[in-house]
Design a protein around this ligand. Structure first.
Ligand code: 13P
Ligand code: SF4
Length: 304
């Protein structure tokens, strides 16, 4: 393995040579977050991918995020340093299954969480992320909404809308494991802490939380809240960003088991290799990309 300082220097030099931007999701390992040009949640990273003027995007995250970047910026080279970094939830629904749903509910609009394949997005009317799911559903004219693939996010959205929400039965294997008992135990252990959880958590966990946010929503809230301590109900990678952005505050993971193995497949050597080779490249065939782009751009066009 190459020495860390050398790797860091090589990454910096190649970024310049290639006119590349490194985007990293909040769940990436600390060393990757620390070399990224932007660290954020799915929505922030999608917006960045749409607006960057670099030639290359190195996407440190999972496949659907890099696909979204490639759809929004087809003229750029988008590379995913860990070729096999996928989101298991995104694989819980196929484009064919969306088509069947649309035939069964012809009056319903279809909302695809960004954690889906490009093919699934292409069959949907609009995308959403955990940061804007309620606003996306409320923006639709239809009174009935197919919401896929996350049943927990669908149920969370249903709390805030009068529309009929029809959930698909997918879930995040990391957030699904968190329990209401863990929230109760964390409250006993840290009675002064605020409990922040992600909307991919189960309803029983959401019921006991103080606030529900996307990953970057948690960072913004923790920095401005008067609370000094927080229990964090999401993937543990976020703790690095929380500690960095909110110095002096203390963060406890709701569960030490909340690790997304796919988000941990990217390391500095993989980033360097990706910059050297401009591979593994992520591309989306233009017929699929064009339809998926419509769904993503509808989401991005909504007021913030
Ligand atoms: P955010 O958009 O809140 O960062 O969530 C992404 C994700 O994969 C959650 O598990
Ligand atoms: Fe997918 Fe869950 Fe990992 Fe996010 S944390 S990438 S939703 S498996």
């Amino acid at each position: 393995p190459r020495e860390r300082e050398t790797v860091l220097r090589q990454i910096a030099a190649l970024k310049g040579e290639r006119n590349a931007t490194v985007l990293a999701h909040n769940y990436q390992v600390p060393e990757v977050q620390d070399i990224a040009d932007l660290v954020g949640d799915s929505l922030e990273l999608a917006r960045a991918a749409a607006n960057l003027d670099s030639d290359v995007i190195v996407f440190c995250g999972v496949d659907f995020m890099a696909e979204t970047a490639a759809i929004l910026s087809p003229e750029k080279t988008v590379v995913l340093p860990a070729a096999d970094a996928c989101c298991p939830m995104a694989r819980m629904i196929t484009a064919g299954e969306v088509r069947v749903l649309r035939q069964r509910f012809p009056d319903a609009a279809a909302v695809a969480y960004v954690n889906t394949s490009a093919e699934v997005k292409a069959e949907s009317d609009i995308c959403c992320t955990s940061a804007n799911a309620v606003a996306v559903v409320e923006s639709l004219a239809a009174e009935q909404v197919i919401f896929l693939p996350d049943r927990n996010l669908a149920r969370y959205v249903a709390r805030f809308t009068a529309k009929e929400v029809l959930p698909w039965d997918g879930y995040c294997i990391v957030h699904e494991r968190m329990t209401a008992d863990e929230v109760a135990a964390a409250r006993r252990a840290h009675p002064d802490a605020e409990v922040l959880v992600h909307p991919e958590c189960r309803p029983g966990v959401i019921d006991l939380a103080d606030h529900v946010f996307s990953t970057s929503g948690m960072v913004r809230h923790a920095c401005t809240s008067t609370a000094r301590e927080f229990v964090i109900g999401t993937e543990v990678g976020l703790l690095h960003q929380l500690e960095k952005q909110c110095p002096g505050k203390v963060f406890y993971p709701l569960s030490n088991r909340a690790i997304c193995v796919n988000m941990k497949k990217t390391n500095l050597s993989a980033v360097l290799r990706a910059l050297e080779r401009l591979k593994p490249r992520v591309t989306v065939p233009e017929d699929v990309a064009a339809r998926a782009r419509t769904a993503i751009e509808r989401m991005l066009a909504l007021p913030r």
